[in-house]
Design a binder for this molecule. Structure first.
Ligand code: ATP
Ligand code: MG
Length: 274
């Protein structure tokens, strides 16, 4: 008779439904320096939304507010609401860890746990979210997340090797796999390819397009071609002359690049500033 693993209690890998994430009137401060002013944006379910705009206009701050990382900065404060399928993630009855579980983040610099194996990196989030699964389920989860992240074939024979032994592009895909392991409903990506070569960038872009069927994706990018390749919706942020960042224009990516409404969007997407 098969005996369950001692720690086998609940299964983490129930398929999740696509979710819409909505920021409503988001303002943000570091101390008394306001960096975002009443930004509202709906990031639709099953769609890739790109956030573009010059350096310092508040894109990363906005992204960090979307999964409750902004509040980790001691001087930081914010106003507004973030709704995941209509429910405010900042509601006092909601746990911080739930927001992080449902809304994952991939950073500019790949940050795998270097001493941990590739395998352990993928499942690292399960401990943090208190999710327990059997060894078989864990093996399956590792394979499916690495497959979704486009890394399985390259690492399947060295799952016990340390994460630090991978190339930068592979490490970034490992981080994507790690994010996926807790079944997030939204994946936030802050310039995920800016440290990568063109081939790794292409692999990650392909991965994003495939993932968009199961997780809502928001990506910050300075690469205008990338925004057009991967996103269906786009928002242009700007902080002009010392004012806090705000959205100048948002909508269908193709239209924003081909026929923007605001002259500042036209100038930015055509590389005239920023
Ligand atoms: N930890 C912090 N403490 C104080 N000010 C900060 C902090 N992080 C960001 N800021 C300020 O907030 C503003 C917005 O920064 P943010 O990093 O969100 O911009 P960004 O659009 O992501 O820029 P980039 O394209 O360069 O990444 C900037 O004026 C920045 O100096
Ligand atoms: Mg940034």
């Amino acid at each position: 008779m098969l005996r369950p693993e001692p720690e086998s209690i609940e299964v983490a890998t129930t398929p999740t439904e696509l979710a819409t994430l909505e920021g409503r009137n988001i303002s943000a401060w570091f101390g008394d320096h306001q960096v975002l002013d009443r930004v509202s944006l709906t990031m639709e379910a099953g769609v890739v939304t790109s956030l573009i705009g010059p350096s310092g206009c508040g894109k990363s701050t906005f992204l960090r507010i979307l999964n409750r990382m902004h509040e980790l900065v001691p001087s930081a404060s914010l106003a507004g609401e973030v709704l995941l399928d209509g429910e405010d993630i900042y509601d006092p009855s909601r746990k911080l860890v739930d927001a992080r579980k449902h809304i994952g983040m991939v950073f500019q610099k790949p940050n795998p746990f270097p001493a941990q194996s590739i395998y352990d990196n993928v499942v690292a989030g399960l401990k943090l979210t208190g999710t327990r699964i059997s060894r078989d389920e864990r093996d399956e989860l590792v394979e499916s997340c690495l497959t979704k992240a486009g890394l399985w074939k390259e690492v399947k024979d060295r799952l016990r090797a340390p994460g630090a032994g991978l190339s930068g592009g592979q490490q970034q895909r490992l981080c994507i796999a790690r994010s996926l392991a807790v079944s997030p409903r939204v994946l936030l990506m802050d310039e995920p390819c800016s440290a990568l070569d063109p081939t790794s960038t292409r692999v990650i872009e392909e991965t994003m397009l495939e993932l968009a069927h199961e997780v809502t994706i928001v990506i910050v990018t300075h690469n205008m071609q990338q925004a057009q390749r991967v996103s269906q919706q786009c928002a242009f942020f700007l902080a002009s002359q010392g004012t806090p960042g705000a959205i100048v224009e948002h909508g269908d990516t193709e239209a924003m690049f081909a026929d923007p409404i605001d002259p500042r969007t036209f100038d930015y997407v055509n590389g005239r500033f920023g």
